[in-house]
Design a protein around this ligand. Structure first.
Ligand code: PLP
Length: 358
């Protein structure tokens, strides 16, 4: 039986989007491909409220995390990595693996990174970049990105702000230009509600300028090379053409829904889950920073998450266990992408029914 995905990626993909991938193949150096990229790019710029370049990468989001951190830090400088869960910690692992010197500022899982914390850490000096995970998917925390960026910008005009928006982009507003960010990246399989395999990133003029001063930019993600090809509506290597077609169709639907309406729908789905959590459980995250796209529920009733998912599977749905060390201590319900408030109501009714909550 087919199960509808209420997990934080991959998310439910509509049949129309699956079908959009089934067109005959074209060459990636053909005019037809350049036309496709030229068509989809302005739609992504609208989504991100930006006039700066938005690149398409054929890989999952993690690849762009790696590519962006190594191109953001000049020799002799460091990155500051803010850590509040598993995905924000990944930035640090990536920095270490790439030989990029990085300091970290940690808060306990479930807490948010605040502007004050970031500013205090930046006092140590010698930073070229700071990483922020907008939506920490492992804990269900939406970090105050706009406020963090404003604080950093006011004092440090040259520090690059690298944002993992993998589980936020297309589900929550990110104003790339107005917030003055430098790299904001995402993957296709979360709020975009596409199959996995494609990543999208807005890259600022400032980040491109910085890349010029970094000798070891790497090869596959070299932003300067990307820019060169971007100018002729291409990518340096063969892109996932089928996925880009699906993205093009999906972007039309996203823009037709209306961006404000899309953010509001995500918020509405989140609030349905929040009300249910308040009634029967507790939040894993600080309730002041709840994510609009995924909720981590503290397993205060000591249920078996594995058994719950087995029962849900029979009814045609799947949710997520807690991330890593939180496997049985929490479970996560994603409310992102093309799910609807009715889907969420149905899911919550199923869980309540299975567990006998009343
Ligand atoms: C899913 C996720 C990632 C990993 O993305 P991939 O596309 O699997 O590489 C990174 N960060 C966050 C916040 C995520 O939710």
């Amino acid at each position: 039986m087919y199960q509808k995905l209420f997990i934080p990626g991959p998310t439910h993909v509509r049949q129309k989007i699956l079908d959009a991938q089934a067109e005959p193949m074209i060459g990636h150096r053909s005019k037809a491909y350049a036309d496709l990229q030229a068509e989809v790019t302005p739609k992504l710029q609208k989504l991100l409220y930006t006039e700066q370049p938005v690149f398409l990468f054929t890989n999952s989001g993690t690849g762009v995390m790696e590519g962006s951190i190594r191109q953001a830090v000049r020799p002799g400088k460091k990155a500051l990595v803010t850590v509040c869960g598993a995905f924000s910690d990944r930035w640090h692992k990536i920095a270490v693996a790439n030989g990029v010197p990085a300091d970290r500022v940690d808060v306990p899982w479930g807490q948010a990174i605040t502007p004050a914390l970031v500013m205090a850490a930046l006092e140590q000096g010698d930073y070229d970049a700071v990483t922020v995970t907008y939506n920490e998917t492992s804990t269900g925390v939406l970090n105050p990105l706009k406020e963090i960026a404003a604080a950093v910008r006011e004092k440090y005009p040259d520090i690059l702000i690298l944002v993992d928006a993998v589980s936020a982009m297309a589900g929550a507003k990110v104003e790339f230009d107005a917030w003055d960010l430098d790299v904001v990246l995402s993957s296709s399989q979360k709020c975009f509600a596409l199959p996995p395999g494609l990543a999208v990133a807005a890259v600022s003029e400032r980040a491109l300028k910085r890349a010029e001063a970094v000798p070891n930019r790497g090869y596959y993600f070299d932003f300067l090379n990307f820019l060169k090809y971007y100018k002729r509506n291409q990518t340096p290597a063969t892109p996932a053409i089928s996925l880009i077609r699906a993205l093009n169709v999906q972007m039309d639907d996203i823009l037709a829904e209306g961006l404000e309406a899309r953010w509001a729908r995500h918020q509405q789905m989140a609030e349905l889950v929040h009300a249910w959590v308040r009634k029967y459980w507790d939040f894993f995250a600080d309730p002041n920073y709840l994510s609009p796209t995924v909720t981590a529920v503290k397993n205060t009733r000591g249920i078996s998450v594995v058994e719950l998912n087995k029962a849900l599977a029979e009814r045609g749905a799947v949710i997520s266990n807690g991330y890593g060390k939180l496997k049985e201590q929490s479970f996560r319900i994603a409310h992102m992408g093309d799910l609807t408030p009715d889907d969420i109501r149905w899911l919550l009714d199923q869980i309540s029914d299975i567990l006998g909550l009343a």
